[in-house]
Design a protein around this ligand. Structure first.
Ligand code: IMP
Length: 427
């Protein structure tokens, strides 16, 4: 089997875990290739609920090897906190593999993330405050600290000294904060070195060899297409590459080895943090989606902004990622509505746009043009095949598929792992 990527097609929190579950035991490796503990996915297994931020969801699947790829930024305190939490609940985490080239999030970057947001005031991004942006910036500036540096104390010290030369100036002179000492940072990282060592490997070699043997590698994106640093609603984006291209660079798996890209798209839209969101609802309908869909952030607990399905966004995501299959999640949340609006295009200052406006200012001014589809009242949580869905729900799925640029292969009909209606088997 080749490598398969799972990508969020909106602004995150689409329910990527659903697709991972559908692939189930056929997956040998699950790779997180971007982001860090800014992500958050909830996996429900039976009566147990697991909220993961940094660990790939494959950690919960026996027989599957979870991998943290080179494109990830790792907060080591969070990594071990999550490992301890799972171990305490009887989950074996010993199969985890961590790339030696992944970057770590030093404490000063968490501080810089938070103070920068405060400094920006009304121009803030609404980050998760986890130090993600400053750590990716360090990577690009070539002053980052990588996992492998923890195993060579003198190199680690040199790198921390180099980074702090710049960071101390920023913290003290720009933000009027106390700068940490080199020892404090080095010690804070080294404290994890012995425990980290057994997990660390050359993950590029490991994954490519697995593909050579015909094993299946699942590349699981954090965040989503519209939060991608290149293809998202910049600057209101995260700092990593959350699209299918990022799956290659963040894992070291070449593009030609990947022939399935599964886009996850919610039957409506949500967003956390700041930034444009054309179909956003500010009325009771938005509150209804938030309540019924339990739309509160897994990582920060923030209420998510809610709006109707935006097929312009879905088409864009299909194109940027080369989506081969969509998984439409949380259709059950739309049950009980008289009519279900779907955004088919935008009106920007009187001009119709069927595709994403090229200009960010236009996207900020985009007003949704809706089509209204008849709703359904039947409980759909028991549907396991397309034919099990009530006629109006079927019509909604068909209409959304036609508008979104790729086939819909599965539909989420409830929060539990098995509450999924399969239209076309994914593997
Ligand atoms: P950062 O990733 O913490 O730098 O935050 C940048 C933007 O991405 C903010 O708007 C966050 O709310 C958003 N963001 C980061 N991670 C997630 C996620 O997992 N789901 C949804 N939004 C996210």
């Amino acid at each position: 089997m080749p490598a398969i990527a799972i990508i969020g097609a909106q602004w995150g929190d689409e329910g990527k875990g659903k697709a991972t579950d559908l692939l189930g035991s056929s997956v040998d490796y699950v790779v997180k290739f971007n982001g860090g503990n800014n992500a958050g996915h909830t996996v429900v297994i039976g009566d147990e609920k697991y909220a993961l931020h940094l660990l790939p969801s494959g950690i919960l699947t026996p027989g599957c090897t979870p991998v943290i790829g080179n494109g990830v930024v790792i907060d080591l305190d969070v990594l071990f906190h999550e490992i301890d939490g799972l171990e305490a609940r009887g989950i074996d985490t010993s199969r985890l593999v961590v790339s030696a080239s992944a970057h770590v999030i030093p404490d000063y970057n968490r501080t810089i993330d938070k103070v920068t947001e405060r400094f920006l005031g009304s121009r803030r991004i609404g980050t998760t405050g986890r130090g993600i942006g400053p750590t990716y910036a360090d990577k690009m500036n070539r002053i980052g600290i990588r996992v492998q540096d923890l195993f060579d104390e003198s190199i680690l010290r040199q790198k921390v000294e180099g980074a702090l030369e710049l960071k101390s100036q920023i913290l003290t002179k720009v933000y009027n904060r106390k700068a940490p000492g080199v020892d404090e940072i080095v010690d804070g990282l080294l404290v994890h070195a012995d425990r980290l060592r057994p997990y660390v490997a050359d993950t590029v070699l490991l994954l490519n060899q697995a593909l050579d043997r015909g094993e299946t590698v699942l590349l699981e994106a954090g965040q989503a297409t519209l939060l991608d640093v290149d293809h998202g609603t910049y600057p209101f984006v995260t700092s990593s590459s959350a699209t299918a291209g990022g799956a290659c660079t963040g894992s070291g798996i070449p593009p030609m080895r990947m022939d399935q890209v599964i886009g996850i798209v919610k039957a409506y839209t949500t967003r956390v943090g700041e930034g444009p969101f054309p179909t956003e609802l500010f009325d009771d309908a938005g509150e209804h989606l938030r309540k019924v869909g339990h739309e509160y952030g897994t990582t920060t607990g923030r209420p998510r902004r809610c709006g109707w399905y935006d097929s312009v966004v879905a088409r864009y995501a299909a194109r940027v990622n080369g989506v081969t299959d969509f998984v439409l999640t949380k259709l059950d949340v739309l049950t009980g509505l008289e009519q279900v609006p779907v955004c088919v295009a935008y009106d920007v200052n009187g001009v119709r746009h069927d595709e994403m406006p090229v200009n960010q200012t236009d996207f900020h001014h985009a007003k949704p043009i809706f089509e209204y589809l008849p709703g359904w009242w039947e409980d759909i949580s028991g549907a396991r095949t397309f034919a099990d869905l009530p006629e109006n729900a079927q019509n909604y799925v068909k209409a959304v598929e036609k508008l979104s640029g790729a086939r819909i292969s599965a539909v989420g009909v409830g929060p539990a792992r098995d509450e999924t209606c399969v239209v076309h088997p994914l593997v």
